[in-house]
Design a protein around this ligand. Sequence first.
Ligand SMILES: Nc1ncnc2c1ncn2[C@@H]1O[C@H](COP(=O)(O)OP(=O)(O)OP(=O)(O)O)[C@@H](O)[C@H]1O
Ligand SMILES: [Mg+2]
Length: 499
Amino acid sequence: MKLKLNEISKSFGPVKANSDINLTVNRGEILGLLGENGAGKTTLMNILTGLYKPDSGSILIDNQLKVFHNPREANKNGVGMVHQHFMLVPVFSVTENIILGTEPTTTFNKIDLTNAKEKVLKISSEYNLDVDPNQLIEKLPVGIQQRVEIIKILFRDAEILIFDEPTAVLTPQEVVEFFEIIKNLKKAGKAIIFITHKLHEVLEVCDRINVLRSGKIVGEELPKKTTNKKLAELMVGRKVNLKTNRQIVEKGEVLLEVNNLSILSENKEPLLSNLDVKLHKNEILGIAGVQGNGQTEFIEALTGLRKISSGKISYFGKECKNFSPRKIHQLGVRHIPEDRQKQGLIGDFSLTENIILNTYYEKKFSNNIALNWSNAKKEAKRIIEKFDVRTNSEEISADKLSGGNQQKLLIGREMSRSINLLIASQPTRGVDVGSIEYIHNQIVMARNKGIGVLLNSTELDEIIALSDRIIVFYEGRVIAEFPSNADPNIIGLAMAGVN
Ligand SMILES: Nc1ncnc2c1ncn2[C@@H]1O[C@H](COP(=O)(O)OP(=O)(O)OP(=O)(O)O)[C@@H](O)[C@H]1O
Ligand SMILES: [Mg+2]
């Protein structure tokens, strides 16, 4: 099967998300699609899968003109997409999720289910996916949920498979497994489009790379003949410094102290056990670890989102006993949450409303009777400009921003408030290389000015680039501590529980 996108254009009001895009993918090929945040990657894929109608241009499959009015029509023509935010129903089983939408009725009958299960098993074994058709989705780790999404499109006989930032939510081990899966799909003759912001990933698995900038294709590269640096420059349109400059600074007094902290789950299983952590002024403390080793619970406890079972948390020398998130916020503790869509931003609020979320009661924005919209807008404009959030208006709703631009808005908001301590979780998830450079510099500058930064990231490279000190979480404990110049391989071993 051969896919050809011909002169595709799409605008949203004044924003030209795609202009005259030409792109081809062949059977048995993996095409990498790179581009900075807001370049138009997701929009193009949404056109290909029938979610959006292009303003002009055409889709050809095996030289036949195709028009898709919805994803179901695209599916019928062999086009399937795995979205970054999965569309699975947590309380349904794997098989139920897979057949959802294939039948006109919403109730499943036994025959359908039995047949479907067999087909799921067959697909699972054919591509080495190792998925149990009876499991409930909510019981499965993210990596397996993604495989369910893959089976879901293969179940509908997809020949052209689109992956929109599939690796952003995976652990390093899951990424390795995912690459095996797409290589198998390629061997089976599928045509694959793979979107990512991680340059080494496209270099590793793609046959060809197309780069988008401001809605246009600006280059095509072959992994064997290109470099990280060249790709970064092509994406961003300027030289990018892939290394962060970080001078040594003397650390100051303790800002955050955690003593003997333990948290038990509802069924009394230990989630965190006896943690002792200190964070100083002028210090970036990195938390390294494979996702799911207690980091999320730790940060929830620090930000007032989760009750602790025993031990104590003190900010600025004072113990906080079951403080609310607002109380902690008022201490000048800022939080960049790992899941921007669930915790950070409100999708159908405007950018301005999102900017004053949590601070609307401050004098600058309110006189206790009415909100001062003009100040709120000014602040929104300032942050949008400073953090290079790509949008033409602060009035649009946050869900209209591209994924990476949502993240930049959120970081801009948290870092622009009066701040003593920053807790940043996965701060650059889904963010392009140019913006990573900027965000990293902002974090280092904040630390130079006397702020303490707790950096939680599953990207070991990011931890190493930024941290003055590194602690490693494993099974709810801090199992090792390293200075900033430690050997990454040794940190990696600690992350796997070898100590
Ligand atoms: N439904 C929409 N309404 C208005 N504007 C939109 C809509 N969807 C996308 N846009 C705009 O189109 C442009 C391209 O967005 P798109 O999501 O395709 O970028 P992207 O390349 O996927 O970026 P990222 O890497 O951040 O995910 C952006 O300026 C975005 O704000
Ligand atoms: Mg996108």
